[in-house]
Design a binder for this molecule. Structure first.
Ligand code: MN
Length: 340
């Protein structure tokens, strides 16, 4: 069944030709943009007309996608819940849906729904490369930023790609993958600039344009990592850090700090203000000592807030004025329920 659908996906790709007008809808992140670029480049090579659309979670709406003039649609790295209303509207067209997460909504009949989980954890950029060929190093960018290196099913592919560029993973991360990811972050509010920037990179050793945008992000991330050392608070076994980042670098900081070797037995809560006068939390721990959603639940007791997420990674939101109460709740909870 799975292999059958994979064949259908391959046929869809092989059949693209100069008479086609293809719309590619990508996720708004590095795996979405790199997989999208591989599809985009392939369509150009086949002489098809091609246009990319970015789907941004939380802000894109159905009307942003006028696909009347296209006969084929590809979606990459997006959940079915996100794109189902769009694909329903254009269900008469030929559609390839590709993602590496479980289904969260039903797609219209006739859509080729190529989900790659049956092969393991395969980021979209790898699957796009396997379907379309093209810049293998670019697929490696998507794989690395989606943490594909944590899954052994990608070992051989990653090794092959690194051999081609003659770099270690660390070298490739620092000189290629992170700068590209940072440039996308810098242009967070302008995906219509960010996608062409990625699509136009001629080679991994030619990142001048990328670096113009990635530099401010790197500087800001380094500033905040230093600030973390000075301003982190111990709430009684949980490390708390309040930060006010410029640009959308919170996710970068959270990963940089919580995924360090010496951090793996620790518990972190990062807090920062959002645009609408609330405080948002990211709780992270690889320690297995306590469920991060449970921990945040304890913090928001008696506060008009919200919590959601998984054991190792959860998020939450509260009104700004309740931050001290949140910290007080946690101090009290951790005193009664020591985690060490
Ligand atoms: Mn992905």
């Amino acid at each position: 069944m799975n292999e059958e659908i994979r064949k259908q996906a391959e046929n869809f790709i092989n059949n693209i030709n100069e008479s086609d007008k293809v719309a590619i809808i990508t996720d708004h992140d590095p795996d979405g943009f790199t997989s999208g670029t591989l599809f985009f480049d392939y369509c150009l090579k086949k002489g098809a007309k091609v246009t990319q659309f970015t789907y941004s979670r939380g802000s894109s709406i159905e009307d942003d996608f006028n696909l009347e003039n296209f006969n084929k649609i590809i979606t990459t790295d997006l959940s079915s819940a996100a794109v189902a209303p769009i694909l329903k509207k254009y269900e008469k067209k030929e559609i390839l849906f590709m993602d590496h997460h479980p289904s969260d909504a039903k797609l219209p009949e006739g859509v080729i729904e190529y989900r790659t989980m049956y092969r393991g954890y395969i980021p979209s950029a790898r699957s796009a490369y396997e379907l379309c060929g093209g810049k293998k190093w670019l697929s490696l960018v998507g794989i690395i930023i989606d943490a594909g290196f944590l899954y052994k099913e990608n070992d051989e592919f990653i090794k092959g790609a690194l051999d081609e560029v003659n770099m270690t993973r660390k070298e490739f991360q620092d000189s290629v993958a992170f700068p590209i990811s940072n440039a996308i972050t810098y242009l967070n509010k302008e995906p219509e600039k960010a996608f062409p920037l990625v699509q136009n990179i001629s080679n991994y050793d030619n990142l001048e344009d990328i670096k113009k945008y990635s530099k401010p992000i790197e500087d800001e991330a380094n500033r905040l990592v230093k600030e973390f050392e000075q301003k982190k608070e111990d709430l009684g076994g949980v490390i708390f850090f309040y930060l006010e980042p410029k640009y959308s670098v919170k996710g970068i900081i959270v990963n940089k700090i919580s995924l360090k070797e010496e951090s793996l037995d620790k518990i972190f809560i990062f807090a920062s203000p959002n645009d609408s006068g609330k405080i948002t939390f990211s709780a992270r721990s690889q320690s297995k000592k306590i469920n991060m959603a449970t921990l945040l639940q304890e913090g928001i007791k008696g506060i008009d807030g919200n919590v959601g997420g998984h054991f190792n990674a959860s998020g939450g939101i509260i009104p700004k004025e309740d931050l001290n109460k949140f910290k007080e709740n946690l101090r009290r909870f951790l005193k009664k329920n020591p985690l060490n």
